[in-house]
Design a binder for this molecule. Sequence first.
Ligand SMILES: [Zn+2]
Length: 209
Amino acid sequence: MNFFNFHHHNPEIKFGIYNLKFGERIPNTLFSAGIHPDSIVENMDEYFLWLKEVSGNKNCVAIGECGLDGLIDVDEKLQEEVFEKQIFLANDIQKPIIIHCVKRFSQLIPFKKKSKVPMIVHGFNKRKTIGDDLLKHDFYLSFGKSVLHNVNLQDLVKDFPMEKLFLETDSADFDIQDLYQKVAELKNLSLEELTQKIKKNLQFLQIPA
Ligand SMILES: [Zn+2]
């Protein structure tokens, strides 16, 4: 059985969405490309030229990770501008957006209205109230390693609608099968059923898997 890894940084992983780095050679596998708030510099022209070019590739299935980060020393207005520009690009090319959000969930919500494509908040490991709010605004959530040990998050996943859920390793080094196993238990599904449901979600996002 293959376990789709919705967001990862390991070029060795073949079944999932690899987060391409700026200037990196385009892989044969599926990938996403975006400008992480961490990479924001004063003049973003070069980044946007790169992003425009690589995002047109058929293996590029999403824009991101991009978003808002309250823990880094990058001007918030500038972060919002760079994020918005990537939303408009995603709208143009009709590809979903993988979102990185740290401590800026209430600021994130209004950006949903600007987007004409699905938005997936990756690495979600916050409180249920935040998860519920994102769900209410039609975000997808992708869950990672925290589900293996965070009991509150396990409760959230248990009740979280299956059609809005993805699973990922991000940059953590562990076997994604363990995460699928855990989520299958929480949702009272077989591993096979879980992989099929995730496959359906991917199809809905027009991601070939
Ligand atoms: Zn990541």
